[in-house]
Design a binder for this molecule. Sequence first.
Ligand code: NAP
Length: 322
Amino acid sequence: MNHLQSLFQLYPITSSILLILGSLRVLSIIYRFYNFLYRKFLRPAKNIFKNYGESGSWAIITGASDGIGKVFCKSLAQRGFNICLIARNYDKTEAARKEIQEEFPGIQTKIVIADFLKSIENPSEFYQRIADDLKEKNINDIAILINNAGVGKISRFETMEFKDMNNLVSVNIYPTAFMTRIIVPKMLGRSKKSLVINLSSMSAVNPFPYYAVYGATKKFNDQLAKSLSMEFKGRIDFLALKPNFVATNMVKTQPSGFVINVEDCVEGCLRDVGWQGETAGHWKHDICEWFIMNVATKNMKAKTSIETLAASENTKEMEIKV
Ligand SMILES: NC(=O)c1ccc[n+]([C@@H]2O[C@H](COP(=O)([O-])OP(=O)(O)OC[C@H]3O[C@@H](n4cnc5c(N)ncnc54)[C@H](OP(=O)(O)O)[C@@H]3O)[C@@H](O)[C@H]2O)c1
């Protein structure tokens, strides 16, 4: 204490400036922590059906046959939306539709089969066919679009298979851009606000080695949502969802620690709908985001990526180059 007093006496101006800056930093940390607690635990979730839905409104979910997409279908069916599942495998998608219909008999469910990998051959024809299909099936009042379909791949860039690169770009980018393009005009014709959720990823928040192509495709989805939210402010809400690891077929791991289950990811995201334009979803992934942005060094990020890459390649040791 005496030491501090003498410092103040010797350098009164410098000490005062440092004291003010230190206090501001502490206040900012307290504010950010309170803000996190408020957003994740205290702030009431908006009533999604009341805000976007009307009797007979539809939610369209791409990549709906499995994982995060399938759980989005169930969560929105539970809230009263009719559900249109879009995916590539008829049997799997039809089985998911039946399961949802049996669980929520009060709503309608329909499927549209589309392999987005094929959309790059002739996008205008491909997406026009989806638009026509939706019209033929009387899916007219579209309140919600969830651009969820996606594939993942961690790889060294220099040896990445062209096939994997093509998959990432075709399935993660094309449908998000084109589905949004065909649905937005319909949404603008509605009397109520509408909602679009784009599946981005924590790998788009900050650069990670070996996730370069995957992360870049997810950055596209994030940027599209953010820019369009400005373009259609007040008429369509856009939300970019950026989870860290979620236990699905894509990551082939069980929930534990910061690897969360799909239901927690989806409910965490839906809590933030209408309040903000981007979210990590579940509070555990908010913590991951904060850690990645504020604490993790380049070497820590590289080490994590290398461990995941080594596991995917079934190798034990790799040189860290950052
Ligand atoms: N899981 C995670 O840790 C995580 C983290 C951040 C972001 N995400 C993102 O979340 C989204 C969903 O991932 P998930 O983990 O739920 O994956 P998932 O369980 O593998 O489900 C992916 C869905 O997309 C469909 N799909 C894949 N390729 C397709 C194609 N060519 N055409 C049409 N549909 C296709 C799949 O259909 P099939 O069943 O026929 O394969 C499935 O319905 C992705 O965009 C992913 O990038 C996931």
